[in-house]
Design a binder for this molecule. Structure first.
Ligand SMILES: *Cc1c(COP(=O)(O)O)cnc(C)c1O
Length: 436
């Protein structure tokens, strides 16, 4: 057992002790033996303590900043009901992107007044649902404004809205994770703002309570957050100058990256992010809303998989696991990096030498890989392999491609574990079919 290995996952609730992987006080290899028997492999494992720590990191930094603030959680990152309940009970609001996300957020205990419904393509039904329930809505475009006004008028209600602005700022992340450039489909661009403003200003059916920006995701460069704050402040002043006295909050979005590489070095933290926002927005008498997803839930989970076999060609070594792109789509979709590791270095290793290998799944796509070109001790057939930091955009983006059932989700709380989502069965997958 090398010393480096002990450190690899340090500072998190997932760590190696004497060569064996633990989540909180639970040994993952022991857990795997039990869960595999009861619910099959692979499965996700979440740490309750890690989730609570992540939320409290945000809350502590926000409280210390002196900013009037509200923390929202971005539900699309992970919508497991039990996890949502933990998050709502800590007092957070929720940002949602569909009718069902609003619905599950309410079911998890988020009060509708603290739910924001955001999206560039809302249906009339979703808009009506949001307004009836008393959720806030983001206006994303001219047509979106027209639709929201129409529905609010029909319902004789006043909708509380934020204007989602597209500031044309490049967050320097993967193009698929970029949302605040004029090339992206989100938000109101500068050239269209005055039209939208005229529409909402002349209507008694909407109250504009704030401005919103979300630049993208996996952001490391906090300078772009500072530029966005400057932009939002300037737009707030402009709109107040036009008589919008109702503007009382600035929503700076989410997007903070996490330490996927699990190495040292400068990793952005909520504290650093909030310090940047504070520099720009302190003393503004505005409520500041943050709506992170990834940096709240991303590092709270691992996917525990089993090695089905090892296959080599002269140019490649493939470790084939029962986990795949249907559980962790980020590598296939964004070439994203997730740290991968064995779960027991005292027993599961084929031989001591490290091998350059790819970790792949059984799905019939060459894009089905979990990790590429990793120098890792070759694991034994039948042993465990974990993919780290799969809390965000993995379970929530999981699919049934190749008729693969979505797997079990397990929550660990100190030395206890429990099922928080059962795996799907063949019958679950057939349930929506017609004519059976
Ligand atoms: C997805 C999303 C977020 C959360 O992004 P993260 O990168 O997960 O923090 C926040 N706000 C909006 C509008 C989003 O669409």
């Amino acid at each position: 057992m090398e010393a480096a290995k002990e450190k690899l996952l340090q500072g998190s609730e997932f760590c190696f002790r004497s060569g064996r992987l633990y989540c909180e006080s639970v040994n993952i290899k022991d857990l795997q033996a039990t869960v595999e028997r009861l619910y099959k492999s692979p499965f996700y494992v979440y740490s309750k303590a890690q989730l609570q720590k992540n939320i409290s990191d945000y809350c502590t930094a926000l409280n210390q900043s002196g900013l009037e603030h509200k923390l929202y959680y971005s539900v699309k990152a992970n919508r497991n009901l039990e996890l949502l309940r933990i998050i709502s009970s800590s007092g957070c609001g929720a940002t949602t992107v569909s009718g069902f996300e609003m619905q599950i957020a309410m079911q998890a205990g988020f009060p509708p007044s603290n739910i924001l419904y955001n999206g560039n393509g809302k249906t009339m039904e979703e808009i009506e649902y949001a307004i009836r329930q008393g959720c806030m809505l983001n206006i994303d475009s001219q047509f979106d404004a027209a639709h929201i006004l129409e529905v609010a008028k029909k319902l004789h209600k006043t909708a509380r809205v934020l204007l989602r602005l597209n500031p044309d700022i490049d967050p320097n992340v993967h193009p698929y994770n970029t949302t605040g450039l004029q090339l992206s489909k989100f938000g109101i661009i500068d050239q269209h703002l005055s039209t939208v403003v005229e529409m909402v200003q002349s209507s008694p059916c909407v109250e504009v309570i704030g401005l919103h920006c979300h630049l993208g995701s996996t952001i490391d460069d906090l300078g772009v957050i500072a530029s966005m704050c400057t932009y939002l402040l300037q737009k707030t002043r402009e709109l107040r100058g036009k008589g919008f006295d109702s503007i009382r909050c600035i929503n700076v979005g989410g997007g903070l990256s996490i330490n996927y590489k699990r190495e040292g070095g400068a990793v952005p933290t909520p504290a650093k992010l909030i310090a940047e926002i504070q520099k720009k927005l302190k003393g503004e008498k505005m409520q500041i809303i943050l709506e992170p997803g990834r940096s709240v839930i991303g590092n709270t989970a691992i996917l525990v998989t089993k090695v089905l076999g090892v296959k080599s060609s002269p140019s490649k070594t493939f470790v084939v696991t029962d986990g795949s792109m249907t559980e962790v789509i980020r590598p296939s979709l964004y070439s994203a990096y997730h740290h991968a590791d064995l779960l027991d270095y005292t027993a599961d290793t084929g031989h001591g030498d490290k091998t350059l290998l790819d970790i792949v799944g059984p799905v019939c796509e060459s894009a089905d890989f979990l990790a590429k070109d990793r120098l890792l001790t070759l694991p034994l057939e039948g042993s465990g392999l974990v993919i780290c930091d799969v809390g965000a955009y993995c379970a929530s983006a999981a699919s049934n491609y190749n008729m693969r059932p979505r797997p079990a989700e397990i929550l660990i709380d100190q030395d206890q574990w429990r099922l928080i989502r059962r795996p799907e069965t063949f019958e679950d997958l057939l349930r929506t079919c017609v004519g059976i």
